[in-house]
Design a binder for this molecule. Sequence first.
Ligand SMILES: [Fe+2]
Ligand SMILES: [Fe+2]
Length: 195
Amino acid sequence: MQFRLDIIEPTPAGWIKAVMADFNAFLQDHANCERKVSSMALSFVAKYPDRTEIISALIETGIEELEHFRDVYKVMHERGIQLVHEIEKDVYMEQLLAACRNGRDERFVDRLVIASIVECRGAERFKLVYENLHEDIALKEFYHRLWASEAKHAEVYITLALKYFDSASVYKRVNELNAMESKIMLQLPFRAALH
Ligand SMILES: [Fe+2]
Ligand SMILES: [Fe+2]
């Protein structure tokens, strides 16, 4: 069984250039993203309390994302950077979630698959950040740790989907939604932001 997904299109080089050109803005967005994925993990628990097989892993994931939020904020605080209100809409997540099918089961599996794909993209991008940080070794190591952690989360979400659905139907959606994610990602302008 394959738990680790491969994203289809790699992030273009223009993205990391935009990030490195305004790293403070990237940190502000990154912190918000960690806070939101922590809430997302817990929203599964709130929406699907009867799916007892997934609750513990989701609570654990929600805690880890909250720890990431705490850690990114610590970096920001040390640099005198404040948290910000999200000004722009998260078009990436909005377009991905719009691809969810209706129906309780269909929506459940689609949301888990999307969560996994988003974690994969996050892991890929944190790896790029890691590779492009040179002077600040502590920060470089921090992004190495995040890269590994988000890759693990990607596996967690797929494992949870496979607890309730057969692998053929899960991987069919993985392929479809993965193709859609690459298309959405490539259409977005490069910003000093995670997406
Ligand atoms: Fe995270
Ligand atoms: Fe994550």
